[in-house]
Ligand binder design. Sequence first.
Ligand code: PLP
Ligand code: COI
Length: 365
Amino acid sequence: MTTALPFTRTTNPQPATPERVAEVLAAPGFGQHFTDHMVTIRWNRDQGWHDAAVEPYHSLELDPAAMVLHYGQAIFEGLKAYRRPDGSIASFRPQANAERFRASARRLAMPELPDELFLGSIRELLAVDGRWVPSVAEESLYLRPFMYSTEASLGVRPANEYAYVLIASPAGSYFAGGLKPVTVWLSTEYVRASPGGTGAAKFAGNYAASLVAQAQAAEQGCDQVVWLDAVERRWVEEMGGMNLFFVLGSGPGARVVTPELSGALLPGITRDSLLRLAADLGYGVEERRFSTEEWEKKAESGELTEVFACGTAAVITPVGHVKHAGGEFSVSGGATGEVTLRLRERLTGIQQGLVEDPHGWMTAL
Ligand code: PLP
Ligand code: COI
């Protein structure tokens, strides 16, 4: 099985007009508009990975018995490509997404896409759709690689055929309120993941299972759900599509704490990056368990000064207010804190090519 597959390229005969691209890039929103092309790669048990192709963006065809529709083998990734001040394009840590995509595939008994093909698919798509990468600060082209089982069979077992697809969508702010702090709901009725489950994988079913709790949060007037551990329902895990950070203390002696990777939360690439940037900025850094009692107690005593969520789509979003079945509380009066802003500035500066990239994260493919 070769991993150096050639990509065939079929150019879209009816690409969006320059006026349409400009119109989309003027207000991209999130996940609403897609570029002119997509990449597909096929896998089956006999041939391994084959038929790598760049094609006009099109609908997918599925047999009604395609196993993904019945037993749900579907995983995805999310990463962004940015326009640099010199006009070139670079992606943020694509190698880390390639590795996490393989880890998700292993958990769902799916074939691992070799990193060269994952990175190659991004290179190919950016080569044809580079004009869709915005040049406005804090905007980017969101890349959505995904894989699903295509074999037509109703047997419950790992499928023998899969499709890998990459699509891309210009992205502005994920939350309509931009940097406005969000209000979160501590979910004790529903859990997202349990020990030994799929929580650490970027598995479509995790998101499907979260929707009812998200609706419950909205009923409570909250923007997002905070997931707690499945066993004791007191250890903070993560949010809908973001990891969480807590800031204890303030000034140069501040410490940032994030829940440890328990196996039930997604190992976020933004999370990993912020742990390193926080250390670079001289803050203390802790990966450990963090309970809802510690959150409420230290918010009330003032020791907990800031809370923020982070992820590719949402970047860094302050969390100002918390509601739960037994009451509600605020952190620092719901204001956005200094550590949050410093980390955000450093991260987005690196991503936009405005400040030095000491860890070599930005990758021109
Ligand atoms: N947690 C969940 C459930 C997510 O879907 C995401 C988004 O990818 C994250 C955390 C943050 O991960 P990353 O920083 O790699 O985007
Ligand atoms: C991302 O940040 O890439 C996510 O996957 C979050 C959400 C859009 C699912």
